[in-house]
Design a protein around this ligand. Structure first.
Ligand SMILES: Cc1cc2nc3c(=O)[nH]c(=O)nc-3n(C[C@H](O)[C@H](O)[C@H](O)COP(=O)(O)OP(=O)(O)OC[C@H]3O[C@@H](n4cnc5c(N)ncnc54)[C@H](O)[C@@H]3O)c2cc1C
Length: 153
């Protein structure tokens, strides 16, 4: 299984999850993998589903509480998916692992308005879209035009 998983990105085994979430809590994960690209992420999830291997998508871990038990499945993180492009037509392309506050700050620096509310939210783009993060009567989905639904493949 280890060799199979390694095809999709850097793999760690028996990983202490405390450094991987905002609250620095949680136990050990048997496997933790950071897919090298969106394509690798799709292939990884197909592999895990086909083989009935449990998995969990972990952003910055700022909206979850991890327990202290051993997690026997695969934790998927997004450190290697942080591509961010601000286009000339004022749209932003951000991969799931981008830090939401960083995207907001870069959009402000590019003279775009809308994401100011997100400057203090410590999540990733993926986790924040999943939960529709918001503040000050604004929320992320007011500003999202398209999501590539890799997880549903
Ligand atoms: C100090 C502090 C302040 C905060 N302020 C706010 C606030 O003002 N407004 C607000 O809305 N929230 C706030 N939060 C909560 C949290 O930061 C947000 O909910 C954030 O959007 C969560 O993103 P994350 O990457 O940490 O997700 P995680 O906590 O890692 O995951 C949350 C959920 O999203 C899923 N997920 C993660 N990544 C993906 C992905 N790529 N694809 C699909 N599913 C995924 C996970 O499986 C999990 O179910 C705050 C938290 C803290 C600690």
């Amino acid at each position: 299984m280890i060799e199979d998983l390694q095809q999709f990105g850097p793999l760690k085994t028996d990983v202490d999850l405390k450094p991987y979430n905002t609250y620095h809590i949680g136990g050990i994960a048997k496997y933790l993998i950071s897919p090298s690209s969106a394509i690798d992420l799709v292939k990884l999830i197909k592999y895990l589903k086909t083989n009935n291997i449990p998995y969990f998508l972990l952003g910055n871990g700022s909206n979850i509480v991890l327990n202290d038990e051993l997690y026997e499945g695969v934790i998927i993180t997004f450190q290697n998916m942080q591509g961010l492009t601000i286009n000339e037509d004022s749209t932003i392309y951000a991969e799931a692992g981008c830090n939401l506050a960083e995207v907001a700050n870069k959009s402000i620096a590019a003279s775009l308005k809308g994401l100011e509310f997100a400057c203090g939210i410590p999540g990733t783009i993926g986790g924040s879209i999943y939960g529709n993060a918001g503040a000050y009567n604004c929320c992320l989905l007011d500003y999202v035009s398209e999501v590539c639904p890799l997880v549903n493949l």
